[in-house]
Design a protein around this ligand. Sequence first.
Ligand SMILES: [Zn+2]
Length: 307
Amino acid sequence: MRDQSSIVKQVGLRPQTTILNVFELTGVALFTGKIVRCKFLPALPDTGIIFRRVDLLDKPCIKARASSVVSTPRCTVIGQNGITVQLVEHLLSAIYGLGIDNLIVEIDGPEVPIFDGSAQQFVRSFIEAKTVSLAAQKPIFKILEPIEVVCNGTTVRATPSEDLIFSYFLHYDAKGVLEHQDYLIKFNQDRYARQVSLCRTFSSYEEIQPLLEKGFIKGGSLENGIIVKEGRVINEGGLRFSNEMARHKVLDMIGDLCLIGYDVIAYYEGDKSGHSQTTKLAQLIEEKVLEWVHQTPQLVQEWAHTR
Ligand SMILES: [Zn+2]
């Protein structure tokens, strides 16, 4: 039987999905500066999201789950048996944003391409490739009690809610565009695609310059992110939204929370938080969801017949 203290409960089922058509994308990797090719393939029910390193012997696979997160150095890195893929969050954000459950991503390097620093390219390609429903179902969960990760003055929290909501409060100790921004979205796929997916990653010039000089960001340029110098955006064309950075933080949160592997309805709130805190929250929720799934497999399977 279910542990009464569980912080999640199943509230429904929905059909699982995958993509209809195979497609490929090629782009520069932000950190390594190398050209990376990704091939996206449909997958069977209950596969989840799998990365396959086709550049390595035996083409090892890495499952995109919170328990696979190995580090979060300015991006999210997942790995298994010493094999890793980094900067998975913008791609996973698009995958979650469009409700794709099962997918194989063949990648010929250790890093997902950055494109323009947003999830726009992935979203466009997934929409073109079309999503299809599969015969198998997947449970939907709800948070019953608040759960949070607090660290170094930052917080990321999931609280009970009837709707799936994401919000982010951004504050840096600086004047200008990074001083304060916030954003809240009541999630649906269309809203995600139009209002979140096109928002780019950002850095301050002062922070990025030494990293560029040391060669830590070999693929970095004004083409793949917003750069803020002395409080002002230096990219030609400026921002896509006045609070584009807070929206990008929501994009990142959605990508990291995709690692839970299930829909978990809650109000997710980030306060100056980053990948380290959000992936930790995803791990805590994933554990609770898997406890439920393992303790009540029949309920998960037969939920539809009892309602
Ligand atoms: Zn990001």
